[in-house]
Design a protein around this ligand. Structure first.
Ligand SMILES: [Zn+2]
Length: 308
């Protein structure tokens, strides 16, 4: 049986023994004593169990802290996502309101029963095409002119009535008339198809406006005459196309289709010109007279009847 003095020394060393901190000599001494002393073995067992419990508790506390940290991280990510979503929604609604305002303004403007529109387009051969549309109370006249340095040539004048299936084409220079019958009076939105305005026609409904909001970018610019206008681009092909819309009337004033035909200097690959298609539109209201939309005397013209 070991003596009390040795027991005291060994029990003092037991904590360090469990933690593996004893030098080999002391370790040997402790182990030798333990093999002989029941009481000290009991003490060792108690210390080991206590240590295990402590380790467990520390692990549990650590796990708890980790869980809290993960939870708070998820929370901040969700808050950030909610903020982004909120901002995106505000931007979308703001843009949607702009689109709706443009389209309803255009529709309102186009309800006019007296309406003149002029479209100018510079053609590749340095001539300019001008089309003039006169609309009054369901009747319209469409004049197509070509301007060159030699003067103006009227290519064609077209007359139509919204309630009639007949369209009359007058070719002034040839003293010739074509009368064409088709089913335009059965067409939906006849007035819109006659008021030949690009982009804004027939777009003023919820789904179209949502689509427009998604597809087009909308910037604001000042037009040459100092008026404010919107500049719309298809976001998928920003450099290819743009339309400028007057803020006041909601009507397009300029449309550019870029990257048209490239012309090269003869026998080279040097670009001489890039032919963008630029159309400009002018409008006037309440200036068209009955005379403007009335078919003139064509009794001495050659008349040709056509059905389509
Ligand atoms: Zn002992």
């Amino acid at each position: 049986m070991a003596n009390k003095k040795e027991c005291e020394i060994v029990q003092d060393l037991l904590l360090n023994y469990v933690d593996g901190l004893l030098n080999p000599e002391s370790k040997k001494l402790v182990e030798k004593h333990l093999s002989e002393c029941e009481e000290c073995r009991e003490s060792l067992k108690l210390i080991q169990e206590d240590t295990k419990r402590k380790d467990n508790r520390e692990q549990i506390e650590l796990d708890y802290l980790k869980k809290i940290r993960i939870k708070s991280r998820i929370k901040s990510i969700l808050i950030a996502l909610a903020i982004i979503l909120l901002i995106a929604t505000i931007i979308f609604l703001n843009k949607f309101a702009k689109v709706t305002s443009i389209m309803s303004r255009a529709e309102k403007t186009l309800q006019s029963n007296n309406f003149y529109k002029e479209t100018t387009q510079i053609l590749y051969d340095n001539s300019t095409s001008v089309t003039k549309e006169y609309y009054k109370d369901g009747k319209y006249k469409y004049v197509w002119e070509i301007y060159t340095d030699e003067g103006v040539e009227i290519k064609k004048i077209e007359y139509a009535n919204i309630d009639s299936d007949e369209r009359t084409y007058i070719y002034e220079t040839e003293k010739r008339v074509e009368i064409e019958k088709n089913n335009i009076s059965k067409m939906k939105n006849k007035t819109n198809s006659i008021k030949n305005v690009p982009f804004v026609i027939g777009r003023n409904n919820l789904f179209a406006n949502i689509g427009t909001t998604f597809v087009y970018s909308i910037d604001t610019d000042t037009y040459a005459n100092g008026k404010k206008c919107y500049v719309l681009h298809n976001r998928a092909e920003k450099d290819k196309w743009e339309i400028r819309i007057d803020k006041e009337t909601g009507l397009p004033i300029k449309q550019i289709t870029r990257g048209g035909e490239k012309i090269f200097y003869q026998d080279t690959n040097v670009v001489k010109s890039i032919n963008d298609v630029v159309e400009e539109y002018k409008y006037e209201f309440n200036k068209v007279t009955d005379e403007d939309v009335k078919i003139p005397d064509i009794s001495n013209y050659a008349v040709e009847n056509k059905t389509s």
